[in-house]
Design a protein around this ligand. Structure first.
Ligand code: NAP
Length: 268
């Protein structure tokens, strides 16, 4: 089995990566950062996002494993003091995996012949750099609303606990292969009206956002940030491909949610 190690660059992550590399070599695993079967990330959920983007071309064959150097994360099953246990699990690997949905985003920039395709593990947002974003929102090709506000956030189920949650979106169990659109500070009054709630769409539905007043935008796809380009249209759907994780242990999703946002101190 060929394993790549991807760390956040922080001193502690680098130390953990070096320790893990030595443990893996002792057990005759091959370290291969170019064509791995498994990518182990060391850092946080954000580090895992970066690794998925780095190994985008290998998405169909590669499985990810996350080691967290802080708290338990949403994409990370292992803590930095559990390296021996992780190596033991890798030795017993039988191809265990779980797949989570990815977002496919097609952005039509002004002056480009074809849309640029992005994939997001968490979410994508569209915001106007200054002033109000005015945009028509289509669901399945049918006009749904004219949005006015700071922006829109379209997330995957695993991304629902990230930016989506901060803007009031619902937390979605990752076994539901759906996409969610949440509003970022919409304007709602007697003149302007949006639905005023986040929407959860069926797996085969697509969302199209067409800015009405042109201008320059801030478009994000996970950690990627595009600022200042004129955008004519953005289309969101669930991608055919999924991101795969090697699952050697199970931490219930609601357990992670409780751990991250409520904590044991709040137990009744
Ligand atoms: P960052 O600003 O350095 O960190 C963002 C925080 O979001 C980190 O604590 C990260 O956890 C956490 N996070 C990432 N994915 C998550 C998930 N699926 N569920 C729950 N928490 C999650 O940014 P970054 O590390 O480059 O990560 C990019 C992500 O940050 C974006 O995809 C977006 O979702 C999120 N973000 C959130 C806000 C907000 O909530 N207002 C604003 C900007 C970006 P770790 O500490 O484990 O890495």
């Amino acid at each position: 089995m060929k394993i790549a190690l991807y760390h956040s660059g922080q001193d502690h992550s680098l130390d953990v990566a070096n320790d893990l590399k030595q443990l893996l070599l002792n057990e005759n695993f091959e370290i291969d950062d170019v064509d791995p079967d498994i990518v182990i990330t060391i850092g946080g959920d954000g580090t895992l996002l970066s690794a998925v983007h780095k190994y985008r071309a290998l998405m169909n064959k590669v499985r990810f494993v996350g080691v967290h150097t802080g708290h338990l994360g949403f994409y990370t099953d292992w803590r930095d003091y559990e390296l021996e246990k992780l190596v033991a699990a890798l030795k017993e690997d039988h191809g265990e995996e779980v797949g989570y949905p990815l977002l496919e985003i097609a952005v039509q920039y002004e002056g480009e012949k074809k849309p640029v395709i992005y994939n997001a593990v968490n979410e994508s947002t569209l915001k106007k750099i200054s002033g109000t974003l005015v945009a028509d929102v289509y669901i399945g090709g049918v006009l749904f609303e004219r949005f006015r506000g700071d922006g829109l956030c379209v997330s995957t189920p695993t991304g629902s606990t990230a930016y989506n949650r901060s803007v009031g979106g619902a937390i979605v169990h990752p076994r539901l292969k759906v996409l969610q659109m949440a509003e970022i500070a919409s304007i709602n009054n007697r003149v302007f009206r949006t639905v005023g709630a986040s929407l959860i769409l069926a797996p085969n539905e697509k969302i199209t956002i067409i800015p009405v007043a042109q201008g320059t935008f801030n478009f994000t796809s996970d950690r990627e940030d595009t600022v200042g380009r004129v955008i004519k249209q953005v289309e969101y759907r669930i991608a055919k491909e999924e991101v795969h994780f090697a699952k050697y242990r199970h931490t219930g999703f609601w357990n992670r949610v409780q751990n991250a946002f409520i904590g044991k101190d709040n137990e009744v």
